[in-house]
Structures are given as structure tokens and as C-alpha cells.
Design a binder for this molecule. Sequence first.
Ligand code: SF4
Length: 126
Amino acid sequence: MSPVTTTLTCIACPIGCALRLTHEGRDIVELAGATCDRGAKYAAEELIDPRRQLSTTVAIEGARSARLPVKVTRPVPRDRVLEAVAAIHRLRVRAPVRAGEVLLEALLGEEGLAVVATRSLGRVGP
Ligand code: SF4
């Protein structure tokens, strides 16, 4: 197998270094452009198992706000982000909710991948 060169923009911090990654299959032969170790870690993960953090909102009943902000407890596979968003948006939550409360476990069937509230919302009305 001959080496392949790919360019990536590191998203591990706002600087956004341009990475030049040469690899043979899943083996990294050379990495240029990373100005810190996080860039190398990002490049390796992007090559083998690319994932993305995900934050969104879900509908909530009985709160002063109609939407509750939520996030996932660990990054989801990049090619399943839309599927994850659709599953999260199907959730229906009732107030009260505490920040950090688990609203859905095993998102996408992955143990340990949960959806949690990032804000507390008290109950209003009946
Ligand atoms: S390589 Fe390091 S400095 Fe550059 S964008 Fe990635 S995390 Fe930031």
C-alpha cells in the first residue's frame, strides 16, 4: 500500500492549524503542521474513528422555556451525527429538570453515550 496524504484543519482548539497527514491505511507515516500534541491526537482520531461533540435542544413541557439545552457525554461518530440529532429531537421532557440529568442513555446503541441536560429548568404552572 502506498502512502496517502490528506489535509485536515485541526478543530481541537480555535487556532485551527492546517495539518498535513501522510498515512498508509490506519498507520500515520508523517504529520506536519500540528503545533501541539493535541493536533497529533486529533489527526490520529480523525483517521481511525472521527467523532464530533454535539449540543442541541429538546422540547420541554411545563417550564418557562419551550426548549431545554442538552449535550452528549462523549463525541458521536461523525457519520452518525444526523442520526443522533434526530434521536435527540424525538425526546419529550417534562419539567423540572436538573443540569446534568441524564435524559437518554445508550444513544445510537452505544453504552456510555448519553444525552444530558445542560441547564436546570423548574416547573411552572399546574
Ligand atoms: S494543533 Fe494544537 S494549537 Fe493547532 S489547532 Fe490543534 S490543538 Fe490548536
